[in-house]
Write a protein that binds this ligand. Structure first.
Ligand SMILES: Cc1cc2nc3c(=O)[nH]c(=O)nc-3n(C[C@H](O)[C@H](O)[C@H](O)COP(=O)(O)OP(=O)(O)OC[C@H]3O[C@@H](n4cnc5c(N)ncnc54)[C@H](O)[C@@H]3O)c2cc1C
Length: 421
């Protein structure tokens, strides 16, 4: 059976998921094609909108106050503030009670595993008790077998950053013994199922290991591994054993909050009736009379065309492989869209590691409807739209705007595609 939908979205990260939902809201039939798992399993699960201005000033208390500082062709300037708010509103609907931050325009300051304080617009409910505007004294807890969270070091960094509370860190043994390279999900599962250790459950045993170090702390932060399916129950139990609020500190990859966010997005896609083909790489395209007619997907070595009236490209930036770089240059590998970049590779970087690197803003160049354009400024195709990290013009890592850009462009690209179909 040939595959044919109104809209095909390529990419299963934040941008692709939101674009697919937005297209479905127009009444279009939608299929989402995604290669491997998205970069969400590496991401923190935080939803940043804008933490720093285009000139690096910040952290910003109000992300919307920084929009005018951004370059004229920044994706936010193209889609406008209303689209950012629309993207956030759609996200809030999907996230329901799992996320916090929707009550205010202001950024929250969330401590990260390195001991930095990060401005973000939406954060998991599990991280809520850790926000830095809260002045309750804090104990951070790391585990001997998890070397990527040094609780004392993170506490020192937070104290040096001037947070308005006393903070200390301690390393304890996790009640169950895991190898140093054990997957984070092993810890989460032991807490989820409350496996018995030494005659009591893992949750109680963990609280007993931490309790002697409390020293008056009113809240306790753990790495993000406090359960998965039963995470709220795990935190509630730890809180009652410890008599202190408990929160998760967002971690680097692999990230349980990122996986939980992916689950939320895919549940919403299922509910909206979006067809999902995952594990398949889009490798090319077909055209008909100058318009795109299909994206070609490699299924176990067979090239299958997925036909549609309109398409959304949401394959991510350099990290997600939506933009590819090699000695020959920088390219968008599926539709071969134009990606401007200096010919000389040495001009892709600057000497200062923290400087403004041109490569950070590489991506397709969208027109006002988010259609990738050619070098002459015309749309590559009337029926191809782009969203998220594949869109150039934003240094999302420096500005702390990655997921916000994905939400805002996703909502617009999805709607444009749905209305074109
Ligand atoms: C380590 C890390 C930490 C992060 N932390 C934060 C944070 O703290 N706050 C924040 O707001 N954002 C953060 N992000 C960014 C955020 O998670 C997203 O990566 C970003 O919003 C871009 O999303 P995207 O959907 O455009 O791309 P991606 O998330 O990269 O998704 C791209 C999708 O396209 C698919 N794909 C790519 N090529 C093909 C192909 N040829 N065929 C089919 N499918 C394809 C991929 O499999 C994937 O599903 C982080 C990202 C990383 C990697």
């Amino acid at each position: 059976m040939p595959i044919s939908e109104d809209v095909v979205v390529v990419g299963g990260g934040v941008a692709g998921s939101i674009a697919a939902l937005s297209a479905a809201e127009t009444g279009a039939s939608v299929r989402l094609v995604s290669y491997k798992k998205s970069t969400l399993r590496h991401a923190s699960g935080l939803i940043d909108v804008l933490g720093f201005t285009g000139d690096g000033e910040g952290p910003l208390a109000d992300p919307f106050a920084g929009l005018d500082s951004l370059a004229e062709r920044h994706p936010y300037r193209i889609v406008g503030e209303d689209a950012i708010r629309e993207g956030l509103a759609l996200f809030d609907e999907i996230a329901g009670d799992e996320y916090r931050g929707s009550h205010t325009d202001a950024n929250a300051l969330v401590p990260t595993h390195g001991g930095a304080v990060k401005p973000t617009a939406r954060y998991p409910r599990a991280a809520a008790a850790g926000v830095a505007s809260d002045d309750r004294d804090t104990l951070l807890v790391g585990f001997a077998t998890m070397t990527d969270f040094e609780a004392s070091l993170a506490a020192d960094h937070l104290a040096a950053a001037g947070v308005p509370f006393d903070v200390s860190g301690v390393t304890v043994e996790f009640p169950k013994t895991f190898r140093a390279d054990a997957k984070i999900t092993r810890y989460a599962k032991a807490l989820d199922t409350d496996e018995a250790v030494g005659g009591r459950g893992t949750r109680e045993a963990l609280a007993a290991a931490v309790e002697p170090h409390l020293d008056g702390a009113e809240r306790v932060g753990f790495p993000s591994l406090l359960g998965d399916d039963h995470r709220h129950e795990v935190r509630a139990d730890l809180e009652s054993y410890l008599g202190a609020a408990v929160f998760e500190v967002p971690m680097g990859p692999p990230s349980l909050p990122g996986l939980r966010l992916e689950d939320l997005l895919f549940d919403a896609l299922d509910e909206a009736g979006v067809g999902i083909s995952s594990g398949n790489k889009a490798v090319g395209y077909e055209t008909d009379d100058g318009d795109l007619s299909a994206v070609v997907v490699d299924r176990n070595g067979r090239e299958i065309p997925y036909h549609a009236d309109a398409f959304v490209l949401a394959t991510g930036g350099l990290v997600g492989k939506g933009i590819d770089s090699s000695r020959e240059g920088v390219r968008e590998p599926i539709f071969d869209c134009y990606v401007p970049h200096p010919d000389d590779r040495y001009d892709w970087f600057v000497d200062d590691a923290f400087g403004d690197h041109p490569f950070a803003t590489f991506g397709v160049v969208p027109d006002d409807r988010l259609r990738p354009t050619r070098a002459d400024g015309h749309a590559e195709y009337e029926n191809l739209f782009a969203a998220g990290g594949v869109v150039g013009g934003a240094d999302v890592a420096a500005e702390k705007s990655a997921s916000g850009v994905s939400l805002a462009t996703g909502v617009v690209a999805g709607r444009e595609a749905g209305e074109t179909a």
